[in-house]
Design a protein around this ligand. Structure first.
Ligand code: NAD
Ligand code: ZN
Length: 353
């Protein structure tokens, strides 16, 4: 079968590799669509980061480069291993793409995503969505019912937004300010809107401001060059400020804006994975008793995220900005996202095309 394999920085090859073998406790999946993520771009441009470099096998997967890429994917079950009785051949699914030690409890509510040596399918080994087929442990497979398979490829990044929402403790009726409207900021905003919050977004890029408006994920979109965003948020909240803020830009001035824009005793969830250590204005945090929290990936978020899409509260089709085949991965996928990033939210790949 064909697969996109990461060898090293700027060295991704489309190759023919052996098909994965069904094992007890697993499901075999024909991949339908796989999204390209900012993380994949970082691996390509600056990596290996999550990918275990050649000669340094990951402690759980036992694999190192070359590895198959792709962690945002949907597909159809084609076979079930011994002991898997609660899925059906022909059922459409998404994968929660974790590589986590077998003895870690992954039941509802457990913080399994924080376990030692956690990595991701499609980065740390165990195959990936940028290939025709994959075999995955039962615990990571989530049925999606009637959700179209192309939209379902976006459930993984949407789950990142859902986990950020859960981490914030925000409730329906509250006000949120999201800093940065890239794929993660937009999908976080989509969850917040679907959960009944009033959502404000701050973004610089014209194309992304337009996307935030046209997808309906924001009640208002602000440009920090057109006036102080925190002032605007306060104006709209009777002087109080937002209940929750989400840092989705990895830009220090955005974190600073959020410290100004949230109300006293408000919460800021930092979603960004920073490439450098940012300065945090601690006096602002202290004097307003702001809670600044991290969020990574998802844990038991997939069922609720899938339900938001299945019920029609979130329409993921609006966030798909390109569809390509595997052979075009670099020319029409990575290169587009590197050079024409502002005009894209998600490019999805059909590994069979
Ligand atoms: N915590 C997690 O589990 C998790 C998962 C996936 C991605 N991430 C991280 O989330 C972050 C966002 O990801 P992305 O793919 O959306 O990134 P992105 O770079 O596409 O988006 C960032 C956005 O911020 C905007 N921005 C820049 N400066 C700004 C400013 N001064 N004011 C307002 N907006 C500004 C940019 O124009 C851009 O649209 C990244 O750091 C990524 O690594 C975290
Ligand atoms: Zn991703």
């Amino acid at each position: 079968m064909r697969a996109a394999r990461f060898y090293d920085q700027k060295d991704i090859r489309i190759e023919d590799i052996d098909e994965p073998v069904l094992q007890p406790g697993t499901g075999a999946i024909d991949v339908a669509w796989c999204g390209i993520c900012g993380t994949d771009l970082h691996e390509y441009l600056e990596g290996p980061i999550f990918v275990p470099p050649a000669g340094h096998p990951h402690p759980i997967s036992g694999e190192s480069a070359p590895v198959t890429l792709g962690h945002e994917f949907s597909g159809t079950i084609t076979a079930l291993g011994e002991g898997v009785t609660d899925l059906e051949v022909g059922e459409n699914v998404v994968v929660e793409p974790y590589i986590i030690a077998d003895d870690v409890d992954t039941s509802q509510g457990q913080p399994y995503h924080l376990s030692k040596d956690m990595n991701f399918i499609g980065l740390g080994g165990r195959g990936g969505g940028l290939s025709e087929k994959i075999v995955v442990q039962r615990r990571w497979v989530h049925p999606i019912g009637e959700i179209p398979l192309d939209e379902a490829a976006l459930i993984e990044p949407l789950s990142v937004g859902h986990h950020a929402f859960v981490r914030s403790g925000a409730k329906a009726g509250q006000v949120a300010i999201v800093g940065g409207a890239g794929p993660i900021g937009l999908l976080t905003a989509a969850v917040l809107k679907a959960e009944g919050l009033t959502v404000y977004i701050s973004e610089l890029s014209e194309a992304r401001k337009a996307k935030a408006r046209e997808t309906g994920v924001a009640d208002q979109v602000f440009d920090p060059r057109e006036g102080d965003v925190a002032d605007k948020v306060r104006e709209l909240t009777g002087g109080r400020g937002a209940d929750v803020g989400f840092e989705c830009s990895s830009v220090p001035v955005v974190l600073d804006m959020l410290l100004d824009a949230v109300r006293p005793a408000g919460t800021i969830v930092n979603v960004s994975i920073w490439g450098h250590k940012p300065q945090v204005d601690m006096p602002k945090l202290v004097l307003k008793e702001i809670d600044l929290r991290g969020t990574i990936g998802y844990a038991s978020d997939h069922p609720d995220t899938i339900e938001l899409v299945r019920s029609g509260k979130i329409d993921l089709s609006k966030f798909i900005t390109g569809r390509i085949g595997l052979d075009e991965l670099i020319s029409q996928g990575f290169d587009q996202l590197i050079n024409n990033n502002e005009h894209h939210v998600k490019i999805i790949v059909d590994p069979r095309a």
